[in-house]
Design a protein around this ligand. Structure first.
Ligand code: ZN
Length: 598
């Protein structure tokens, strides 16, 4: 870890966890806590809970838990230092670093991001004002990309000259090369990487500019798209264009729309679908899925996914399972991309996205729609082709569902088709663990353990965590028999904040404390204490009984008196009139008992 500990504490203290989580999850105040739908698993009723005061969250559905730093790490895919830095920036805290090298690496990154940011501004200003950008402005206008869009997406224009940007930015050559803005020419001088293109700046998920996608104007020379190559700050098979703007909408809808063009993202947003991202000149990769997984459980492909072919299909099914993402395909009119449709008929675009069908169903429809189903021979051929598509899917239960559709459309008894498909080995023999596992998980997430009756030890700890003053002074180590509970108790009373307590506690106790921190309690401190005392006395009585068995008569008598006294006081615990007094007396008695070393 490279950041000074003190500064981490300062960042935590300056951060409002509800505000941080509120960027991703709609939170509602419930009593002293905040609740919402968990961003880390699919659920319909909220089991995600936030304690604003102490800065902890906990999900009763999937067990996700932690503080602001953990949350930012998980949701933004950052390492510890990256998460602290992001929060520090938001909170206006200046960080100090312990490790020089790490600081250097980050300085380097900052330098490259800064160079790309300068280029973004320079290109953007060129597009807005320069006389040589007239055709680019015209092109964008034709595509219904307005001046407001140009400003919102920071679209730019790279002039035709060899080194206009390189000269204008006045940055060291190596920075220009490393940031991917220029390449060294044969005379060892920097040449601009982008020339004569409309530029779409690409931002990372945090909103730092890292690269560009460049489109040539119609009739221009060269490839239609020319994109930044990978750099220290940009990896195109991980980056999704538009994710920095769309992530909130994606989480809110639990769905991401993936398209292939920068203008598609803009068009979809203008059509009222702000949850779109685009790959940056590559096919959809596993890394993209991994990124999307933390934002949504459903991905709608808004491009001709079928054209990618069978290999792509097999990969999609694999990722669907591995990342628990459902992949659906929007049926767009042949040869029309989302940007076109957004311009011509936005309502049709919205409908196509809303009616997106699961990937397998989409592929199946393609095959069946293309087949001639009028003759028995045609129907048999269509069924064979359809079954070949079905066989790509790893889950036999899913295959069988679609088989019924094939049977009905091809008018062939389903048993006959079934005999055919199940005689064949599946594309992948692995069990449908992903789907089944997910169904179970959704199920458990609806359970609401907030009001269940816990052991008095846990109830006492919950009071200690949520309303310390109500019970603190009257608790004692002797009252905790369970090791984890005792560990949690010791951690809380030996530290000043819950964060420190979680840090010094063991893993199980730390987990318990974080869960308790987001739970409501309506338990009465006196009542909890009485139950706790009763249990402690019962344990002591068992010890005494065992001792009495081996003792002489006089000791047996004394012990008998003492045990009878304990029984009477324990009875009094249950009577409201005498409960408080009995609790005090028993606590005092417990304090005299020898404490075994634990
Ligand atoms: Zn969860």
């Amino acid at each position: 870890m490279g950041i000074v500990d003190e500064d981490i504490v300062r960042v935590r203290e300056a951060t409002d966890l509800v505000a941080v989580i509120g960027d991703h999850v709609q939170l509602k105040r419930v009593g002293r806590r905040w609740q919402g739908l968990c961003p880390f698993h699919t659920e319909k009723s909220p089991s995600f809970s936030v304690n604003q005061e102490d800065g902890f969250y906990y999900c009763f559905g999937c067990g996700a838990k932690g503080d602001a730093i953990t949350f930012v790490r998980e949701i933004e895919h950052l390492d510890f230092v990256g998460a602290v830095e992001l929060l520090a920036t938001k909170a206006g805290v200046t960080l100090r670093y312990t490790d020089r090298d790490q600081g250097e690496g980050r300085k380097r990154r900052a330098k490259l991001v800064d160079a790309v940011a300068k280029a973004v501004e320079w290109y953007h200003a060129r597009l807005l004002d320069a006389s040589d950008a007239g055709r680019a402005r015209g092109y964008l206008r034709e595509r219904d990309v307005t001046g407001d869009d140009v400003r919102a997406y920071k679209i730019g224009w790279a002039p035709e000259g060899w080194d206009e940007l390189s000269r204008a930015l006045r940055l060291p050559d190596d920075v220009l090369y490393e940031a991917g803005l220029a390449r060294k020419n044969s005379r060892g001088r920097p040449n601009d990487f982008f020339r004569g293109r409309v530029l779409f700046p690409i931002f990372d998920v945090q909103g730092d500019p890292v690269a560009f996608g460049g489109r040539i104007l119609p009739g221009g020379e060269g490839a239609k798209y020319w994109n930044s190559t990978d750099t220290a700050i940009y990896n195109k098979s991980k980056t999704l264009y538009g994710l920095n703007w769309a992530k909130g909408a994606i989480v809110a809808a639990d769905e991401a729309i993936v398209c292939e063009g920068y203008t598609d993202v803009i068009g979809l947003a203008k059509a009222g679908l702000p949850r779109a991202v685009a790959t940056c000149g590559t096919a959809l990769t596993e890394d993209h899925f991994r990124t999307l997984k933390s934002f949504a459980h459903r991905v709608v492909l808004a491009f001709d996914a079928d054209a990618a072919g069978q290999n792509a299909a097999a990969r999609f099914y694999e990722w669907e399972r591995a990342y628990e993402i459902d992949v659906a395909v929007a049926a767009l009119p042949e040869g029309v991309d989302p940007a076109d449709l957004a311009r011509q008929d936005p309502a049709a675009l919205v409908a196509a996205i809303e009616q997106a069908t699961p990937f397998l169903g989409f592929r199946l429809n393609r095959v069946l729609d293309a087949a001639s189903l009028v003759s028995p021979e045609g129907r048999a051929r269509a069924a064979e082709a359809a079954i070949a598509v079905l066989d790509e899917h790893p889950n036999p239960l899913v295959r069988d569902q679609y088989l019924m559709e094939v049977a009905s459309r091809c008018r062939i008894p389903v048993e006959q088709l079934r005999a055919g498909t199940f005689a064949r080995p599946a594309a992948s023999a692995s069990p449908p663990a992903g789907r089944a596992g997910r169904a179970v998980r959704v199920d458990t997430s609806t359970r609401r353990p907030m009001r269940r009756r816990d052991s008095p030890e846990v109830e006492a700890l919950r009071l200690l965590v949520t309303d310390r003053a109500s019970i603190d002074a009257r608790l004692d180590e002797r009252l905790f028999a369970d090791e984890v509970n005792l560990d949690a108790y010791r951690a809380v009373v030996s530290t000043a904040t819950l964060h420190e307590a979680v840090e010094v506690a063991g893993e199980a106790a730390g987990d318990l404390l974080q869960r308790l921190a987001v739970e409501e309690t309506d338990a009465d401190a006196d009542d909890v204490l009485a139950r706790l005392v009763e249990e402690a006395v019962r344990r002591e009585l068992a010890v005494m009984r065992a001792e009495v068995g081996t003792a002489d008569e006089k000791v047996v008598f004394e012990r008998g008196e003492e045990m009878a006294w304990l029984k009477l006081r324990t009875e009094e615990l249950h009577d409201p009139a005498t409960g408080a007094g009995a609790t005090e007396q028993l606590l005092a008695w417990l304090a005299t008992r020898p404490q075994e070393m634990r």
